[in-house]
Design a protein around this ligand. Structure first.
Ligand code: GTP
Ligand code: MG
Length: 352
């Protein structure tokens, strides 16, 4: 399955049906009077967030969504049928954005499974001639056409909803990390930009669980569009905690630290204000003394907490996960009754 996190679509609510012009015709009844019914209302455009979808890929194939129109009013005072609502199913975390120059105006934000937003109401049906009857006008021929349905081009943008986001340079070991902790099978490679799209996994630790997101590596200038990481920084905007992985066995850990920090700040969106755990990775490859002295240096420079781990061997993970959990509000971390964990199905969170 492919991953797509933005798509432009055209939506149009149904037009209202026209009102009818009709007169009652019956045997022995002269001047039966007007009996043209009203037109039906057009169908609404509704967005609905559904669980289990993790990409907007479907919108690459279907881009036009038109709700049906309302039915015509008819004789014998029958009103036209209402047009059926068109429900557009989107992944949880999808925003509907105005199609303007900036593309920043959020028109709707679907953050919970089952959430529904009536985006456009269908046009009202027109009045039939029966509704114009008065004491002085007993045979009105007036009637209205239905109102047109609203229409627009909008953008859908998916911002994954993860509790914790992984950031780091390419090759820092982010995908290895998520693979170690979750059922996700992210591609791992000894070359930069192995990961091309975000990946989610569910981490279970000490009877609690949270969703972790792996995003492509960041490089200098990423926030302005260098590399591929910038497009995906949006996916960690809603994370509560960031884990910054630094390859401590790499050539210049201090520089690695700084580059990512600068990109988070340049991107904005509150990324640099999020609690961030600094994690020195690939401890199994590094000189432990070097790692310890670098950690000390970072702490002297004001870093809150620095951890040293090996994503490959799992060393140091427990302490790190304890800290992650402590940063998550209790409500986002599911408490599970003891013993229930084993029965969980072992399917990966999502094959993005
Ligand atoms: N020895 C050791 N190697 C590791 C560790 N973590 C990752 N690696 C290796 O480092 C390389 C890069 O790992 P990835 O997990 O693909 O790194 P990434 O941060 O996801 O990289 P991009 O997706 O390119 O941004 C791979 O060859 C991994 O096997 C570790 O803790 N110890
Ligand atoms: Mg990766």
């Amino acid at each position: 399955m492919h991953f797509l996190d933005q798509a432009k679509i055209y939506i149009r609510a149904g037009a209202g049906g026209p009102g009818a012009v009709s007169f009652r015709r019956e045997k022995y009844v002269e001047y039966g009077g007007p009996d043209g019914g009203n037109g039906g209302k057009g169908g609404d455009i509704v967005f609905e967030a559904v669980a289990g979808l993790n990409t907007l890929i479907d919108f690459r194939y279907t881009q036009h969504f038109k709700a049906p129109r309302g039915g015509h009013g008819m004789g014998k005072d029958r009103n036209g049928a209402q047009g059926k609502d068109l429900v557009i199913k989107v992944p949880v975390g999808t925003q509907v954005i105005a199609d303007d120059e900036e593309r920043t105006t959020v028109l709707a934000d679907l953050t919970e499974a089952g959430q529904r937003v009536v985006f456009f109401e269908g046009g009202l049906g027109g009045r039939g001639n029966a509704s114009y009857k008065t004491s002085t006008n007993r045979a009105p021929r007036q009637h209205q056409p239905g109102l047109p349905g609203e229409e627009a081009y909008v953008w859908l943008r998916l911002k994954l909803l993860a509790d914790v986001g992984l950031v780091g340079l390419p090759n820092a070991g982010k995908s290895t990390f998520i693979n170690q902790l979750t059922n996700t099978r992210a591609k791992v490679g000894a070359y930069p930009f192995t990961t091309l799209h975000p990946q989610l996994g569910v981490v279970r630790h000490k009877n609690r669980e949270f969703v972790l997101a792996d995003i492509p590596g960041l490089i200098a200038g990423a926030a302005e569009g260098a590399g591929i990481g910038d497009r995906f920084l949006g996916h960690i905007e809603r994370c509560r905690v960031l884990i910054q992985l630094i390859d401590i066995a790499g050539t210049d850990p201090a520089e690695a630290m700084q580059v990512v920090e600068e990109e988070l700040a340049a991107y904005g969106g509150g990324l640099e204000d999020k609690p961030r755990l600094i994690v020195l990775n690939k401890l199994d490859l590094a000189d432990p003394e070097l790692a310890a002295s670098f950690a000390e240096e970072l702490q002297d420079a004001g870093a809150d907490q620095v951890f040293a781990i090996s994503g490959a061997t799992g060393e140091g993970m427990d302490a790190l996960l304890d800290a992650v959990i402590s940063h998550l509000p209790a409500a986002t971390v599911t408490e599970r009754p003891q013993g229930e964990q084993e029965e969980e199905d072992e399917k990966p969170w999502s094959p993005l």
